[in-house]
Write a protein of this length. Structure first.
Length: 238
């Protein structure tokens, strides 16, 4: 039997995207799968949505099992870390509740890791609403300057490290830089394999055109971006 992949989904007030997210998971061509949903203290209609979706997930479907964990609101990084502790898979992927993937995504990621045993994780391009986030081939020098790898990447469980729960932004960049310090690198899949649902989206992954960061005046989002970037760089340039 192929190795198990654990899909860890942190959820905070994103019940409105869960059905599309889960639908894309169940259409994945890869099996077996383990889905771990961590409700991070949502106060929307999460329970109603989970209740409606429960029958297919309790049974697990063919080659799929599912577990729901509830915790007080502690942030996305804490939710991901909690899910990782429960995961049983040889591979893990942190899959946001507003992520919708192509059916072959997990299979493509797994194939790349099979072909590149030196790599600790596989990542791809994706769409953020209408915008294609193109990413690039793995390059250490560039990763130390800016992040081009999304959290939705397939990671060998043995190589993964905990998320820094003190960070409010760039948790994914910090994860890759922490792994890099342990000589763990990634492999790029040059395809658009998933998209983010941006309607009503709140959180760290909001996107602005690059020229916003070059303007003489800085809005709150740009200031927060620059502050967080400085914190991550200082941490990894020690």
């Amino acid at each position: 039997m192929p190795p198990l992949i654990s899909i860890i989904i942190p959820v905070y007030n994103h019940a409105h995207t869960l059905e599309r997210c889960f639908d894309s998971i169940f259409k994945q061509t890869y099996r077996p799968l383990e889905i771990i949903i961590v409700d991070d203290g949502s106060n929307d209609n999460f329970e109603e949505v989970i209740s409606r979706l429960t029958p297919p997930y309790e049974g697990g479907g063919e080659g799929v099992v599912c577990k729901v964990i509830r915790q007080q609101n502690s942030g996305a990084s804490a939710a991901r870390n909690r899910g990782f502790k429960e995961a049983q898979g040889e591979y893990v992927i942190f899959w946001d509740a507003d992520t919708v993937a192509r059916p072959e995504m997990l299979e493509r990621f797994k194939r790349q890791l099979d072909e590149h045993p030196e790599a600790s994780y596989a990542y791809s391009q994706f769409k953020f609403g209408w915008k294609t986030m193109r990413s690039q081939r793995f390059k250490i020098e560039d990763l130390r300057l800016y992040n081009y790898i999304d959290t939705t990447s397939l990671i060998r469980r043995k190589d993964s490290v905990p998320f820094d729960e003190s960070l409010k932004r760039f948790q994914d960049w910090d994860l890759w830089l922490t792994m890099l310090r342990q000589n763990k690198t990634g492999i790029f899949v040059p395809e658009v394999l998933f998209r983010k649902i941006v309607s009503g989206r709140k959180g760290i992954s909001s996107w602005l055109p690059s020229f916003f960061y070059k303007l003489p005046w800085k809005n709150r989002q740009v200031k927060e971006y620059e502050t967080a970037r400085t914190i991550v760089l200082r941490k990894h340039l020690k």
